[in-house]
Design a protein. Structure first.
Length: 283
């Protein structure tokens, strides 16, 4: 298959591209500025989710789109434009070119604070008020579901905090955890498990729909921070983010426990089912 990957220079996409190649897929990546020699055997196409008009014709000749691109940082562009308008423009181009399947990587933060855990794919999504990224991801999900019209297979993948050995998010977690009560449960997922799930969900053998992808062992924020520091003593070193931004504090104190039985029923299960098992591994 020919697969278009957005977000290919990012933390997950950078690992997904070589995995897809190893499985025999032809890979095209959406990049703002093509650079010779960045990838071997990968086609680069210019486009920017922050400028939806630039996405015209990027899906020509593509069988599947794996859409990981999304704005979280100011340098990515306006969060709504990138995640909502850009995603819609990409889907429109995919439909024009008769792309068979569109895989959208969303975020588990669309559930907000889970009052009655675990949250299944059918649970009500209530992003935390003011959480621009979560609200944009949820709006994008709704728009994509409305726009599909049955002529393209839509897969939505909701993921919690993604990590691997030494990743920035995991190194700073103890600093953040020290500034919140830490009694709430939260979920993690290893980057390799996200990549492997995506590599399987691009195939039509798996039903379209929405899937939670996470490990099997949610932990309290406090216990997760302790485990990380035990595994990576350097995670507790360096300057703390003090004070923690209000919205980040609310996210850190929200319960986020996911029901993963739907994807497990397809035979897709994590290689690293617990944070403790995954922390030593980069891939």
């Amino acid at each position: 298959m020919r697969v278009l990957v957005t977000g290919a220079t990012g933390y997950i996409g950078g690992r997904l591209v070589p995995v897809l190649q190893s499985l025999g897929h032809a890979v095209r990546v959406l990049v703002r500025h093509p650079v010779d020699g960045r990838w071997d055997g990968v086609e680069q196409v210019a486009g920017n989710l922050a400028h939806p008009a630039s996405l015209h014709e990027v899906c020509q000749g593509v069988d599947v789109v794996c859409h990981l691109g999304g704005g979280m940082r100011p340098s990515d562009g306006d969060v709504t434009t990138v995640n909502v308008v850009g995603s819609q423009a990409l889907l429109d181009d995919a439909r024009r070119h008769h792309v068979r399947r569109f895989v959208f990587v969303s975020a588990a933060v669309v559930y907000g604070h889970v009052e009655s855990p675990p949250a299944s794919e059918e649970s009500i999504c209530q992003p935390l008020p003011g959480h621009a990224y979560a609200m944009a991801k949820w709006e994008a999900e709704q728009q994509l579901q409305t726009a599909v019209h049955g002529n393209i297979e839509l897969v939505i993948v909701r993921i919690p905090q993604v990590y691997s050995a030494g990743s920035l998010s995991i190194r700073r977690f103890p600093h953040l955890a020290a500034q919140v009560h830490g009694r709430n449960l939260t979920h993690f997922v290893h980057r390799e498990d996200v990549v492997q799930a995506l590599a399987q969900l691009i195939q039509s053998a798996y039903p379209s729909g929405t899937y939670n992808v996470a490990d099997h062992d949610p932990l309290t924020v406090r216990d997760a921070a302790t485990l990380i520091q035990q595994s990576m003593p350097e995670a507790g070193a360096g300057p703390a983010m003090n004070p923690i931004p209000v919205m980040l504090q609310r996210v850190m104190e929200a319960t986020l426990v996911l029901d993963t039985r739907k994807i497990a029923a397809l035979g897709i299960t994590p290689k690293y089912p617990t944070l403790e098992m995954g922390l030593p591994h980069e891939i």
